[in-house]
Design a protein around this ligand. Structure first.
Ligand code: IMP
Length: 187
């Protein structure tokens, strides 16, 4: 798993449980984190997956994901992690979103997840998933990670951070991308 993000590694491990895959993270292998220089979720996922596949000499799965806010022209988007600052404090990101959305009535947003599966020979397949919803302030809930406390998926009345992990996994952007990957690679 080409990630140093414990929240993502945990979710992907859970999604892979039925496939009996033995998952080791790039962090556990002490692989360096490549710079995310691409301008799309899929571009960054491919870059991370290929770097880890080469470094570990193992098939590698990378996730690049983020929150896309309509009223902010798609920000923070591929910069979602960076908006939380070097200490990864999401209170900082929530405050910036609230500040930049002051007076805005359109709270529509969606999460995107690009999953790329790369092989040491340089071959790579990518899948992109999405979940739409709206933002809510103040942040609510302690489960999940990242932007979960401010996001309510369409058809629900609680944030991702208030849902049980299995409920989020059933509908999330990551689950959507994962279903496409499973259909293409495991069936
Ligand atoms: P990156 O893909 O590692 O560049 O970072 C993705 C960013 O989007 C991180 O800051 C995550 O916290 C955020 N993010 C991705 N997926 C989710 C999710 O399922 N819930 C909440 N935040 C997420």
């Amino acid at each position: 798993m080409a990630s140093h993000n414990a929240g993502k590694v945990r979710e992907i491990r859970e999604l892979l449980t039925p496939f009996k895959a033995d998952v080791v993270s790039a962090g556990e292998l002490n692989l360096p984190e490549p710079e995310e220089t691409a301008l799309t979720f899929t571009g960054n996922a491919e870059l991370k997956a290929l770097a880890a596949a080469k470094g570990a000499k193992l098939p590698s799965l990378a996730d690049d994901s983020g929150l896309v806010i309509d009223a902010l022209d798609g920000a923070p988007g591929i910069y979602s992690a960076r908006w939380a600052g070097p200490t990864k404090d999401f209170a900082v990101a929530f405050a910036r979103i609230q500040r930049e959305m002051a007076g805005e009535t359109n709270t529509r947003a969606h999460f995107v997840c690009a999953l790329s599966l790369a092989w040491p020979d340089g071959h790579c397949d990518s899948f992109e998933g999405k979940i739409s919803g709206h933002l809510t302030f103040p942040p609510q809930g302690l489960k999940g990670f990242g932007y979960d406390p401010i996001f309510i998926a369409d058809g629900y009345s609680v944030t991702f951070a208030q849902m049980e992990p299995h409920e989020k996994h059933a509908i999330s952007h990551r689950a959507d991308a994962f279903r496409q990957l499973v259909a293409a690679c495991f069936q």
